[in-house]
Design a protein around this ligand. Structure first.
Ligand code: KIV
Ligand code: ZN
Length: 512
């Protein structure tokens, strides 16, 4: 089977995505994970663009072994010198040089004639080949370039030593069937194309970057440029995990292999999301929270009977824990009972029926019923006390010149826990003080505050989502003072966690 080379540009095109910048150390961590994932090429950056980019490329070249390390350069000597310097310690270095070839880019941006562009590209590739053995050339805005001109420039750069020819859909304009015809015409019109590997680089402005990449491999592209999560300029690039899983799941249509260890997909996506602070959209294929979640009663029933009824791949195949049956207003008794059993919450038949009715009332009001809501329902059913902790008092010292400091007093039965802590802001200080007072180690996953009544004296409702151990717990609190609402929400989450600990009778699933 043909091997498709995965060229990952998360650290270059991906990092160009507004808000996605990473420190040099973070880039190294991501690059190390990309090597673990099994990508063939890591484009580490655009060294001439800043000292920080140069440093990142150098560090990755020095430390990451296995994949080819590529550095981007415009088709000018100073860029190529800088790229070569950044790659000097790389095990397998590659210079990726690019120059625009579309009429609009040549005329308005470069202000060069087509002949001048050919000359520049040839000089650049030749110069880069004097520095490293592997050179990739990209005619920028390739899909809006004229085919005869592309064939001419590609033939010349291959003669000058380029071994990878990448045809970018820079502005995400092309359609899958159009792209494959376009690529075929280039391959047919370039006499020495057999001396180079054809690569594609698709942007997602019209949402078809992955479809375009798939269309390209069907007609002969053997390198595909992608980013984790599809991050990149504007609407982003073709998404690595979607492309790889489309090849894998539909291997009947795509008789190709990649070096990707799909079980590392989830770790990689999560790591990138945590590093750059971009949450993974819930409905994102493969890695979104909903990608393996089933809510409707019919779907839950089907999945419980045979998973393949509604799942075309397993969550385990991409390194995730398992499918989740999301309980909501569409869920049936089968899903409800199965979740209680997974959580180790045991009720008699009669109690389960009453709890299910209560669940339906709550599900009607809320979009999603979380596991900790189930603990509340079950504890009510069993007549158990939910409130282990009571917030007695809190005090905040804050201001634009003071280190935010919070003191809290929390009652647990007859015992009083009192502690003070500082934080990055008043809310952080309160949460730190509560953690310290109760001796818990909770990670704040989400903090949302919203006004539930109008006007300046509005009641604010805070919801927090915490991770304690491997469990996710949600808490809510309301007050006209949002700091008090925050403290209440946090304590509420900890009460729910305590309730869970006290009710658990040995379930099977730790993921929520
Ligand atoms: O989108 C693009 O054209 C690019 C090139 C530098 C390959 O990112
Ligand atoms: Zn790009």
């Amino acid at each position: 089977m043909d091997r498709i080379h995965i060229f990952d540009t998360t650290l270059r095109d991906g990092e160009q995505s507004p808000g996605a910048s990473m420190s040099v150390e973070q880039k190294l961590e991501v690059a190390t994970q990309l090597a673990r994932l099994g990508v063939d090429v890591i484009e580490a950056g655009f060294p001439i663009s800043s000292p920080h980019q140069l440093e990142g490329c150098k560090l990755i070249s020095r430390q990451v072994r296995g994949p080819v390390i590529a550095a981007l350069a415009r088709a000018v000597e100073k860029d190529i010198d800088c790229a070569a310097e950044s790659l000097k310690d790389a095990e397998h270095p590659r210079i990726h040089t690019f120059l625009a070839t579309s009429p609009i880019h040549m005329h308005y941006k470069l202000k060069k004639t087509p002949d001048e562009v050919v000359e520049m590209a040839v000089q650049a590739v030749r110069y880069a080949r004097g520095k490293v053995a592997e050179v990739e050339f990209s005619p920028e805005d390739g899909t809006r370039s004229e085919i005869p001109f592309l064939c001419r420039i590609i033939e010349k750069v291959i003669d000058a030593g380029a071994r990878i020819i990448n045809i970018p859909d820079t502005v995400g304009y092309t359609m899958p069937w159009e792209y494959s015809e376009f690529l075929k015409a280039i391959m047919e019109g370039t006499p020495n194309m057999d001396k180079a590997e054809l690569s594609v680089h698709c942007h997602d402005d019209l949402g078809v970057a992955v479809a375009n990449s798939l269309a390209a491999v069907r007609v002969g592209a053997r390198q595909v440029e992608v980013t984790v999560g599809g991050i990149g300029e504007r609407a982003g690039n073709a998404c690595l995990e979607e492309f790889v899983m489309a090849l894998t799941v539909r291997s009947d249509l795509h008789p190709y292999t990649t070096g990707i260890n799909t079980k590392q997909i989830w770790n990689t996506a999560r790591m990138l999301s945590n590093t750059i602070g971009f949450p993974i959209p819930r409905n994102k294929p493969i890695t979104g929270e909903n990608a393996f979640a089933h809510e409707s009663g019919i779907h839950q029933d089907g999945v419980l009977k045979k998973r393949e009824t509604y799942e075309i791949m397993t969550p385990e195949a991409v390194g995730r824990d398992g499918s989740v049956l999301v309980l909501g207003r569409h869920s049936g008794m089968h899903g409800f009972k199965s979740r209680l059993a997974q959580l180790g919450l045991s009720l008699s038949e009669e109690e389960t029926r009453t709890a299910y009715e209560r669940f339906l009332v709550i599900a009607d009001r809320k979009k999603e019923v979380y596991d900790d809501d189930l603990y509340v329902i079950v504890s009510e059913q069993l007549g158990r006390e939910m409130e282990t902790y009571g917030l007695e008092y809190f005090n905040i010292l804050s201001g634009n010149t003071a280190v935010p400091t919070a003191t809290v007093r929390i009652k647990e039965g007859t015992e009083i826990h009192e502690e003070a802590a500082t934080g990055d802001g008043p809310v952080d200080a309160i949460f730190n003080a509560i953690d310290r007072a109760l001796g818990v180690q909770a990670r704040l996953l989400e903090y949302v505050v919203q006004a539930v009544t109008p006007g300046r004296a509005a009641i604010g409702e805070v919801s927090v989502s915490l991770e304690i151990g491997d469990r996710k717990i949600v808490g809510r609190g309301a007050s006209t003072d949002i700091l008090e609402a925050s403290a209440k929400a946090y304590v509420n989450a900890l009460n729910r966690w305590k309730a869970f600990l006290s009710m658990r009778t040995g379930g099977t699933d730790e993921s929520v």
